[in-house]
Design a protein around this ligand. Structure first.
Ligand code: CS2
Ligand code: MG
Length: 412
């Protein structure tokens, strides 16, 4: 089974997506997500200019060999662009292999280890009434676990608040928070960690009072605190029994988590900006985290993330795969197949894509009783409508950045 063609398809229905589409000499088509939010075109070039020429004529069945060929053969290893490109090739080859075997990918990965995947949705609000409405709306949609993001008094627009705006063409319909904003330059947002640290515990106190002790609640600190600030927040949130506190410190410094771990029992999740197992080694070996947040799309594909999760399993660390709207339906499907097959599945992030996106990517996953299931179509179970994709050309978009009150750039 030879790879006959490799196309890199860029489309922007509700937001930009980059998809690798491999076709074999037997007519099988495999898809891989290569979307890197706010830097999409860098991966397009990496694929088109450097990787695609290496794929044509290769044996599509040799997934691990192709992975090593691209990782070791590329000399310049790791990093978000390289690992998103390798991920797209890897997932497309797994899609093809499962189709050739006539089974859904999770069956090829070892079969189902559960009936479905517990998923969490994004509730948010500038104030408590808005937040409570959002929690209720997610409960009505069937979510059995909910991420809580709140506005902070004194800060205009911060990460994670859906009501900042509604997406063009989706007027009147709540739309989960899509952080990347279309435009020629990134938008500046303000930040004040001390105001945030004062406010967040009061919000969780109110949410628990309103919705009770059972429902799993998650929070994303989005990389903004120092180790001791993160320790302080983790401790102040202990009474509210969080499922996890995510990205409490910037990810580069793995040692920082030793401080946080020393001060709080709030479970910790990290890794959505990680790209290889090397980013996790200290965190996993020293049990400094409880959840691996990597997405298949940004961590070298199913082949590499499966290895990271098997390493994590030895330390009772579970998966918590990244699943915002900048992970395409192809990337989400890959996450669901992997998540259904591994033993140490924890939870899956699930932000709904928009209608235009659903018209470009035909999907077979199901959402039932708060559980996702990838479906039982052969392969990933996603087909790309190339004509529809062509009607939504790329639109430049950037993630915002942060400045503190004194003008200093801060982690966003
Ligand atoms: C976030 C993301 O979903 C999350 O956990 O951290 O929304 C993140 O901001 C985006 O994926 C960045 O592209
Ligand atoms: Mg996050």
């Amino acid at each position: 089974m030879i790879i006959e063609s490799a196309e890199v398809i860029v489309t922007s229905p509700d937001r930009n997506f980059v998809t690798l589409r491999l076709t074999t000499d037997e007519g099988l088509v495999g898809l891989g997500d290569a979307t890197l939010n706010g830097r999409e075109l860098s991966v397009v070039s990496y694929l088109r200019d450097h990787v695609v020429p290496l794929l044509i004529g290769r044996d599509a069945s040799r997934i691990e060999d192709t992975w090593q060929y691209l990782y070791r053969g590329g000399y310049w290893r790791r990093g978000p662009v390289t690992m998103a490109a390798i991920a797209a090739v890897d997932v497309a080859l797994w899609d093809i292999k499962a189709q050739a075997a006539g089974m859904p990918l999770y069956q090829l990965l070892g079969g189902a280890s559960r009936d479905g995947l517990l998923a969490y949705g994004h509730a948010s609000g500038r104030d408590l009434p808005e937040l409570f409405d959002s929690v209720r709306s997610h409960l009505d949609q069937g979510f059995r676990a909910i991420r809580i993001q709140t506005g902070v008094p004194g800060l205009e627009s911060i990460y994670g608040i859906a009501s900042n705006k509604t997406l063009e063409g989706n007027a009147g319909k709540r739309y989960d928070h899509e952080p990347a904003q279309r435009g020629e330059l990134p938008v500046q947002e303000d930040w004040d960690t001390r105001a945030y640290l004062r406010h967040v515990p009061t919000v969780f106190e109110a949410v628990r009072a309103e919705f009770g002790p059972e429902i799993p609640l998650l929070h994303d600190a989005h990389h903004r605190m120092t180790p001791i600030q993160a320790a302080k927040l983790g401790k102040s949130l202990e009474p509210y029994d969080l499922f996890w506190l995510e990205d409490c410190t910037p990810a580069e410094n793995q040692d920082a988590l030793r401080w946080v771990r020393a001060h709080t029992t709030t479970p910790l999740a990290i890794g959505e900006v990680f790209n290889t197992v090397w980013d996790y080694r200290t965190l996993i070996q020293e049990q400094l985290i409880d959840y691996v947040r990597s997405a298949v799309t940004h961590t070298g594909g199913i082949s590499h993330l499966k290895k990271i999760l098997e390493f994590a399993a030895q330390y009772q660390i579970k998966s918590g795969m990244h699943g915002p709207t900048d992970i395409s339906p192809v990337g989400m499907a890959a996450a669901m197949h992997l998540g259904l097959s591994i033993h140490n599945f924890g939870i899956q992030e699930y932000m709904r894509h928009g209608e235009k996106t659903d018209s470009v990517f035909e999907q077979s996953f199901t959402w039932n009783g708060g559980l996702l299931h990838p479906g039982d179509q052969p392969g990933l179970g996603v087909t790309l409508n190339v004509d529809a994709a062509g009607t939504y050309p790329y639109v430049k978009a950037y993630l915002p950045y942060n400045r503190l009150a004194d003008g200093t750039v801060h982690d966003w």
